[in-house]
Design a protein around this ligand. Structure first.
Ligand SMILES: [Zn+2]
Length: 410
C-alpha cells in the first residue's frame, strides 16, 4: 500500500498558508490575473518547484511551469496541476492545493527513472476575477486563446493586452504557449470538491467522472402593472406571480429529472408596495453531466415556463446568455484513479461528477484528463471559511503519487 505521509501533507498546508499571503487585500485572499500578486505568487511557486528538482519557466500567457525531466523520454509529457488565481475574498485551497500537491508529488519522485517528462502547471487565470473571462491560462495552453480577448477591459479600463504588456508578456507571442496534443500523455488535477458529497459519505477523496455542462438564461416576464387596491385578482396579469410559479416549477422539475437548476437572481422592474408587478426578470442556471439530458431538460422546462405564461396571459422572453458543454473525464484515467484510491484507502473508490468548471475541461481539448476531488468542510468554497483536513491531504497526495507510479505502465 502506498505510504501516506503526514509530514509531506503538513508541508503542503504550510505552503498553502504562505501562498495565501500573496493577496491584493490585507486579511483576505484575492489574487487576480496579471497583477503584482500573480507575479509574486508564481515566483514563490517557481522557487518551490526548483527545490523539488524541477526545471522552471513561465509561458507566454503567464502560467508557471516546472518539469521533472526524464533522462530518456520515450512517451509524451504528463501534466499535473491546477490554478493559482482566486476569486475576491477567496479560500486558500481552491486551486493552490492542486498545484502545491503536484510539486510535493514530484519531489517524492526525484531520482526515479521515468519514461516521460512530468510537468507541473499553475494556471494563471481560471476564475476570471479580473476580466470576467474564465480559463484564460489553460485556453492559452490548449491553443484556444482568442485574440479578441486582448480588448476585454477590467474594472479600471485596463485591457488584457495592456495588462500583458505591463506584466512583461508579449501578446503577439501567446500562440507559443500552446502545447501539441501529440506530445502529451494526459492531464491530472487534484481539487477540493466544492460540494458536500464526500463529507456526507465520510470519504477523504473521490474520483471525478466528468464536469457538468451548464446553460444560463435570462427570463423576462411582462404582465400588466396596476393599482394594488383596485384591480381584482381575477383580472390581474401579475408578472411576479407568474415568475413565482415558474421558479417553483423549476425546483420540482429539477428534482424529478435529478439535475440541478437554480434561479439566483430575480428582480421586479419598477416595483412598489402598492403596485401589481408589471415586469419581472429572473435568471436560470441549469446543469447536467449528460449533455443530451441538459439539452432536453432546458427544452422541457422552458416549455413549461411558456405554458405558465400563456395561462396567465403574460408575455415571456427567454434569452440564452451562457453555455458550456459537459466534459466527461477520460474513462481509463477514472479507472486508474479508482485503483489508486482503493490502494491508498483500502476501500473501493467513490465516483462523483463536478458541478463546477475546472481547467481540466479546457485541457480535455488536447489530452485525456482525469480529476481527483478532496473533501472540503461543509462543501464550502469561494469563501474564507473554505477548509480541508490534514489527513485528507495526505491521502490525496498518496493517491497522486500512486497515479504517477502507475503512469509508467500506461
Ligand atoms: Zn478551482
Amino acid at each position: 500500500m502506498p505510504a501516506v505521509s503526514l509530514e509531506k501533507a503538513q508541508r503542503i498546508m504550510r505552503r498553502i498558508d504562505t501562498l495565501a499571503q500573496y493577496s491584493a487585500m490585507d486579511g483576505m485572499v484575492t489574487r487576480a490575473y496579471l497583477t503584482a500578486q500573480h507575479k509574486a505568487a508564481h515566483q514563490q511557486l517557481a522557487e518551490w518547484m526548483q527545490q523539488a528538482g524541477l526545471q522552471t519557466w513561465q509561458d507566454e500567457v503567464g502560467n508557471q511551469w516546472g518539469r521533472l525531466v526524464s533522462a530518456n523520454p520515450t512517451q509524451g509529457t504528463l501534466i499535473i496541476g491546477s490554478h493559482s488565481d482566486t476569486v475576491v475574498n477567496a479560500g486558500k485551497y481552491d486551486g493552490p492545493l492542486g498545484v502545491i500537491m503536484a510539486i510535493e508529488a514530484l519531489a517524492s519522485l526525484q531520482g526515479q527513472a521515468l519514461p516521460f517528462h512530468v510537468d507541473v502547471v499553475a494556471f494563471a487565470d481560471e476564475e476570471g476575477t479580473r476580466f470576467n473571462t474564465t480559463l484564460l491560462g489553460s485556453s492559452g495552453v490548449c491553443g484556444c486563446w482568442n485574440p479578441a480577448w486582448l480588448d476585454i477591459v477590467d474594472a479600471d479600463g485596463i485591457s488584457i493586452g495592456q495588462a500583458l504588456a505591463e506584466f512583461g508578456l508579449e501578446a503577439a507571442a501567446i500562440g507559443q504557449a500552446s502545447r501539441q496534443a501529440e506530445s502529451l500523455k494526459g492531464y491530472l488535477e487534484v481539487h477540493i470538491e466544492q460540494g458536500p458529497m464526500l463529507e456526507s459519505l465520510d470519504l477523504a477523496v473521490g474520483v471525478v467522472t466528468g464536469i457538468a455542462g451548464a446553460k444560463r438564461y435570462l427570463i423576462d416576464i411582462k404582465g400588466v402593472a396596476g393599482h394594488a387596491g383596485t384591480v381584482p385578482l381575477a383580472l390581474r396579469h401579475d408578472a411576479l406571480c407568474a415568475a413565482a410559479e415558474m421558479i417553483s416549477c423549476t425546483e420540482s422539475f429539477a428534482q424529478q429529472q435529478q439535475i440541478v437548476a437554480t434561479v439566483g437572481k430575480c428582480q421586479i422592474r419598477g416595483g412598489a408596495v402598492n403596485v401589481i408587478p408589471g415586469n419581472v426578470q429572473f435568471s436560470l442556471d441549469i446543469r447536467s453531466q449528460d449533455q443530451a439530458q441538459l439539452e432536453l431538460c432546458c427544452q422541457q422546462l422552458l416549455e413549461q415556463y411558456r405554458t405558465i405564461a400563456a395561462a396567465r396571459a403574460v408575455t415571456i422572453n427567454i434569452e440564452n446568455i451562457y453555455q458550456a458543454s459537459a466534459v466527461p473525464c477520460d474513462a481509463k484515467l477514472q479507472a486508474q484513479w479508482g485503483e489508486a484510491v482503493a490502494a491508498v484507502t483500502g476501500k473501493p473508490a467513490y465516483y462523483l461528477s463536478s458541478g463546477a468548471g475546472h481547467d481540466a475541461m479546457m485541457m480535455a481539448n488536447i489530452t485525456p484528463m482525469g480529476m481527483l476531488f478532496l473533501r472540503c468542510e461543509k462543501g464550502i468554497s469561494h469563501n474564507p471559511r473554505e477548509n480541508v483536513q490534514l489527513d485528507d491531504v495526505a491521502v490525496a497526495l498518496a493517491c497522486l503519487i500512486q497515479m504517477l507510479h502507475s503512469a509508467s505502465a500506461w
